[in-house]
Ligand binder design. Structure first.
Ligand SMILES: [Zn+2]
Ligand SMILES: [Zn+2]
Length: 466
């Protein structure tokens, strides 16, 4: 399936066409955005469908415009829900070896874990693959149905706000990779038949990805609540914090902050902060917790395999070594990257970012922001190993002949993944630019007047009309 590839345009550093206009004619000023990652204030020009507006300072995608945004995501969400119901109703996989056979349905991947006293891992599998995607899809259909009928349905704003927070926790694509890894792992031991539900699930995973890509958040908020004007004093081509402004993390609107540097977005009511409060402390605490959980996750076995009466327990690393010994190099490399290199690399990267954030130099801010983006993107892929355990435990249940049971490391490892994801989300990337901002003369405290001449010298600000 072809994925959507937007045409990228980098926004101009300054937007004199906005700033030079008399206030009553500053129509484009209504479309100000502050970059979520570097806090740069920019003006959005009218975008045509297929275009993506990039931040001129850090390259973060501010807005992606789609053709027929409501119809498109509505159609995709309905199709995805139908595919999910098909994936739930038929056999997912069946296995047979030495005269013993078994077949599982999709839900068994989480319910079987409860029988082995791993309810938390079971809940994590169920939430990330079925429950949260269903809530997301129903939410999309609810909001878009209201917009298409010209009659905004109740709770639409609350739902739209929640959908954005839900998005990173849907891991259907990771589960699909986990299923493929499990199949390769047991292909040499047993005959595997892919049920109709497997194909429906594959299509569901791809279409869910397409649905999330089809949501034009900027358009959605404009359609739901219009575009309240940005504060008149807002200047483009400068960081937002020194101007006492904050870009809403949910709908993107630029808001003026109150006296205590707090407030709520006037369009979507999301809480606003100059910088996320106690961001570094929270990230450090979550990193410490995940570092502690990393030890049992790697010391204890993640699963125990029983074959013809003899049991072998494997740690994550032990599993990788065994796969390599069996000659399954590609799977061994996938598990090594997803389960060992990614969580450890993410921990190290976030510890480093937290320790350099208070003294990040301008020249490094961009590469550090890219590193942060990478840690945020790859975190969820570590769940592959948990999904492999969930599938194998459900599928291979032939008692002493051949069975797989989850080990204590499964819960520890799942919590490492969740904690590092929370740590990445609580980290404030705008801190990486604050040192650079103050080095350029922009104070990080909006109550201080801009001391640097560079602020007054801007061509856009000289020509304020009388
Ligand atoms: Zn930026
Ligand atoms: Zn907002």
């Amino acid at each position: 399936m072809a994925t959507f590839r937007p045409r990228k345009i980098t926004l101009p550093q300054r937007a004199p066409y906005v700033d030079r206009m008399p206030p009553e004619r500053r129509i484009s000023r209504r479309r100000l955005r502050a970059c979520h990652e570097c806090d740069w204030v920019m003006a959005l020009p009218p975008l045509s469908s297929g275009q993506q507006a990039l931040c001129p300072r850090c390259g973060h995608a501010a807005v992606t415009r789609h053709r027929y945004p409501a119809q498109r995501s509505m159609a995709l969400a309905i199709t995805t829900l139908i595919l999910l119901s098909m994936a739930l109703g038929y056999p997912f996989l069946s296995f047979s070896a030495s005269g013993v056979s078994n077949h599982i349905e999709l839900l068994d991947a989480s319910t079987e874990l409860i029988h082995f006293h791993e309810p938390l891992v079971a809940i994590a599998v169920l939430l990330t693959t079925i429950v949260l995607p269903t809530v997301y899809l129903v939410g999309i259909i609810w909001v878009q149905a209201g917009l298409l009928t010209g009659n905004v349905l109740p709770l639409s704003r609350l739902i739209t706000r929640s959908l954005i927070h839900l998005y990173p926790w849907m891991m259907v694509d990771v589960f699909l990779i986990g299923t493929l890894v499990s199949l390769i792992k047991i292909a040499s031991l047993a005959d595997i038949v892919l049920g109709p539900s497997f194909w429906a699930f594959g299509a569901y995973a791809l279409l869910l990805l397409a649905t999330t890509q089809s949501v034009d958040r900027d358009w959605l908020w404009f359609a739901l609540a219009g575009e309240p004007a940005a504060p008149d004093s807002a200047r483009t081509g400068e960081p937002a914090a020194p101007q006492g402004l904050s870009g809403c993390s949910t709908c993107g609107l630029v808001n003026a902050l109150g006296a205590n540097e707090k407030g709520r977005c006037q369009r979507c009511h999301e809480p606003l902060h100059l910088r996320r409060p106690y961001s570094l402390q929270r990230t450090w605490a979550l990193l410490a917790a995940s570092a502690i959980m990393y030890i049992p996750a790697n010391v204890y076995p993640i699963m125990t395999t029983t074959s013809l009466g003899s049991s072998t327990s494997n740690t994550i690393l032990g599993g990788v070594i065994e796969l390599a010994r069996m000659g399954s190099w590609p799977v061994a490399i996938v598990i090594l990257i997803a389960s060992i290199i990614v969580p450890l690399g993410k921990l190290i990267a976030l510890v480093w970012l937290c320790s350099v954030a208070p003294r990040a130099a301008q020249m490094n801010a961009l590469s550090r922001t890219r590193l942060y983006r990478l840690t945020e993107f790859i975190g969820r892929w570590s769940m592959v190993d948990i999904f492999v355990v969930a599938i194998l435990v459900a599928l291979i249940r032939a008692g002493n002949l051949m069975s797989v049971t989850p080990g204590p490391a499964a819960l520890a490892f799942a919590s490492v993944v969740v904690l590092t994801m929370l740590a990445a989300r609580s980290f404030e990337p705008r801190l990486l630019w604050d040192y650079a901002n103050s080095a350029q003369g922009y104070p990080n405290d909006p109550s201080l007047p801009p001391p640097s001449s560079s602020l007054q010298k801007g061509p856009a600000d000289k020509e304020q009309p009388a």
